[in-house]
Design a binder for this molecule. Structure first.
Ligand code: EAX
Length: 364
């Protein structure tokens, strides 16, 4: 390839000298004509050689590199989980498949990532289920407030038939679901006042995910919910465009929202937020079946590790934020549950009361 490029450059140099010279003798014109022909030939040869190299790489089974995107910091469990996933994929494919991880929405926010997976322009994404309901409506049931009692309850439902049936529905929207990972139980932060009870929420301008169930739930509390992509939130908090946001401790801590004036943290656990590792169906289907199996196995094996990264550090991270001057309150969540009850009435018809009961009453 280098040889061909050198020929193209030297031919180009002859051309430019001839042009710079303004008037040209017959011999210079002839040289320029020859050089132009040489440049064209060199470019054609370069293209042929590049195509041949690509074909040779594919035939030789050289390394396949997949790009994985998420919207959180590179210290967040999504990133740690993807690092574990990449390690497992490398082992399971003997180095034939590599995963490059892009944090902090470098390749777009969660909703954009889902769209790119559908188009096949992104290979892998880890996303909360928040925006997913806009593409696969059945996922919205998971965003009902106080649906899950604790982490064990959530894992039992999501890793069982109910969760796996939901994952299977992703096939209809051009996505292959790897496994449920974890975002966590969501808490509220704000810059205005401590939240000691549901009444303290009234009037707060709260950023929420692009999720109608969440918007209805926060409206039921008298808040002013503002849907916004996660990568825009820190600046919006700094500018006072919004008073607060709600997210699991791992997101709150790793994205340092307390440095954007969020001096009040209320442990409300108002929603359990699942996440998923997702593959583009268009990309996945082009892979060797053995590599597909490796991706699926790695997605499931990395789930426990990613979940523990969310859960095991919450208490310590809360204590650390107290040290940064954050006032932490533990309001009576029964008040929140009662205030959000109208959301259940609204969505029982859409989701089916029996489906809601199957989750809330799931024996685990
Ligand atoms: O998935 O948008 C959100 O609040 C999500 O919880 C966050 O990006 C992690």
């Amino acid at each position: 390839m280098k040889r061909i490029l050198a020929a193209a450059i030297s031919a180009g140099m002859v051309l430019s000298l001839a042009a710079c010279g303004g008037s040209s003798t017959a011999s210079t014109t002839a040289a320029a004509t020859t050089a132009a022909a040489e440049t064209k030939a060199a470019e054609a040869a370069a293209e042929t050689e590049a195509a041949t190299e690509a074909a040779a790489e594919a035939a030789s089974g050289d390394v396949i590199t997949l790009r994985a995107s998420h919207s959180c910091a590179d210290t967040h469990p999504y990133h740690l989980g993807l690092q574990k996933f990449a390690e497992l994929v490398d082992q399971k494919t003997n180095g034939a498949v590599k995963v490059d991880i892009f944090s902090s929405a470098q390749l777009g926010d969660e909703r954009a990532n889902i769209e790119d997976l559908q188009m096949g322009t992104l290979d892998i994404a880890v996303s909360s289920t928040g925006p997913l309901g806009n593409f696969a409506e059945d996922f919205l049931i998971l965003d009902l407030p106080f649906l899950f009692s604790n982490y064990d309850h959530a894992h039992a439902v999501l890793d069982g038939e109910i969760g796996q049936n939901l994952i299977a529905k992703l096939d209809d929207i051009g996505i292959v679901g790897g496994a449920f990972w974890e975002n966590g139980f969501r808490e509220m932060t704000n810059s205005q006042r401590p939240i000691n009870g549901a009444a303290d929420c009234a009037g707060l301008k709260l950023r929420c995910m692009e999720n109608q169930v969440h918007m209805d739930a926060f409206s039921a509390l008298g808040m002013d919910p503002t849907p916004m992509a996660w990568s825009e939130v820190f600046t919006a908090l700094q500018q006072g465009v919004i008073d607060g946001q709600e997210n699991p401790i791992a997101v709150i801590y790793s994205n340092k929202v307390y440095e954007a004036g969020q001096t009040n943290l209320a442990i409300t656990n108002h929603v359990y937020s699942p996440s998923l590792i997702l593959f583009s169906k268009a990309v996945y289907e082009k892979l060797d079946p053995a590599y597909q199996t490796a991706l699926m196995e790695a997605a499931k094996e990395a789930a426990d590790y990613e979940r523990s990264c969310c859960e095991d550090n919450e208490s310590a991270q809360i204590e650390e934020m107290k040290g940064f001057g954050v006032e932490v309150t533990y309001p009576d969540t029964a008040e929140f549950q009662a205030a959000m009850a109208p959301v259940y009435e609204k969505y029982a018809a859409q989701f089916g009361q029996e489906n809601i009961d199957a989750i809330t009453g799931f024996a685990y």
